[in-house]
Write a protein that binds this ligand. Structure first.
Ligand code: ADE
Ligand code: ZN
Length: 345
């Protein structure tokens, strides 16, 4: 049996708001006297985590984020939660992390400004990354189901935070009901300002959304994108442009995209020659870590050691990094693999 937690790992798709420690949320609820319909710890858990008996739907999955928005009540809380997210990634031996966060979500509970929450998150995330020896990039997310005007404001701020470690802009949210087109001008400007682009598509919506994300939003990477296999045009486009896919198996299962993990299209995507990376999406909402997803890929989907290492190498290749930093990181991974007794591919 392989010890996946000992492997050095890289992750490109993890949402801050979906990675919060349950214990801390519980403490915050008590300290802040939040009134929640949760008489017991188990009820509380069900508010912020997908449980086995719940409907595995996108709507249920997204409902957890609405509850979580109640918790971001002070700079100290936001900084604490952020630092813990980075610490938890480090504890799972993630050496390179691109952590995405949704500034609008963090402003809501107390009417903080977008600038304030971006200041708090970037500062504490980088401080924690330094402490734990994680190489960190931050991605700013905007939601499709929220107004494009708000997204424009967030995107402009994100560009001004490039000097503070923001490397990319992401479009997230409800893909089944909200098209990407209204966000195209915002993403064009962000790209011109030097931000990298990743877009959630082909998860809760059809393969055509993957093509739209690549053509209209110039996505370099696609969040999920697992339905790309349904459309030869989207497949050809992804191959031609070298688009990388940020695949998150448990998230797909829990939000009802795949009926069982055994039927997850990850092996088919690899076999089709797509550039595939393995990620958690929302580890605390799903009750997993990245090692868990590696174990699933290996034990349930039959992906061998080479395939697993290839996904980590692809993550390093598709990371939103300058070429100098990428080369240094590749070298660090090769050394860590050697130290762990693994032969690099
Ligand atoms: N925000 C957080 N997780 C998400 C997902 N899986 N799809 C779209 N938006 C999200
Ligand atoms: Zn996501």
């Amino acid at each position: 049996m392989m010890d996946f937690s000992a492997l050095p790992k890289a992750e490109l798709h993890r949402h801050l708001e979906g990675s919060l420690r349950l214990r801390s949320l519980f403490e915050i609820a008590r300290a802040e006297q939040l009134t929640l319909p949760a008489p017991t710890a188990e009820h509380f858990r069900a508010l912020v985590q997908v449980r086995q008996h719940e409907p595995f739907t996108a709507e249920n999955f997204l409902s957890k984020f609405r509850v979580l928005r109640l918790f971001y009540r002070s700079p100290e809380i936001i900084q604490r939660l952020t630092a813990e997210v980075v610490a938890d990634a480090a504890a799972d031996n993630i050496r390179y992390l691109e952590l995405r966060f949704t500034p609008v979500a963090l402003t809501r509970a107390r009417g903080f400004s977008l600038y304030e929450v971006m200041d708090w998150v970037t500062t504490s995330a980088h401080e924690a990354a330094r402490q734990h020896g994680v190489v960190l990039g931050l991605i700013v997310s905007v939601n499709r189901h929220e107004p494009p005007g708000l997204a424009a404001e967030v995107a402009e701020l994100a560009a001004s935070f490039r000097t503070r470690g923001v490397v990319g802009l992401d479009l997230a949210g409800d893909e089944s009901r909200y098209p990407a087109a209204p966000f195209a001008p915002i993403f064009r400007e962000a790209r011109q300002a030097g931000l990298h682009i990743t877009v959630h598509a082909g998860e809760w919506g059809p393969a055509a959304n993957v093509a739209e994300a690549i053509e209209s939003l110039h996505a370099e990477r696609i969040g999920h994108g697992i339905r790309v296999l349904e459309d030869p045009h989207a497949m050809a486009l992804a191959r031609e442009r070298g688009v990388a896919f940020e695949v998150c198996p448990t998230s797909n299962y829990q939000s009802g995209v795949v009926p069982t993990l055994r039927e997850h299209p990850l092996p088919k995507m690899l076999a089709a020659g797509l550039r595939v990376t393995l990620n958690t999406d929302d580890p605390s909402i799903s009750g997993i870590d990245l090692s868990h997803e590696f174990r699933l890929a290996h034990e349930v989907m039959g992906i061998g050691r080479n395939g697993l290492r290839q996904m980590t190498l692809t993550a390093l290749d598709a990371a939103f990094l300058s070429s100098g930093h990428r080369a240094a990181l590749r070298q660090a991974f090769h050394k860590a693999w050697q130290d762990a007794g693994e032969t690099p591919p």
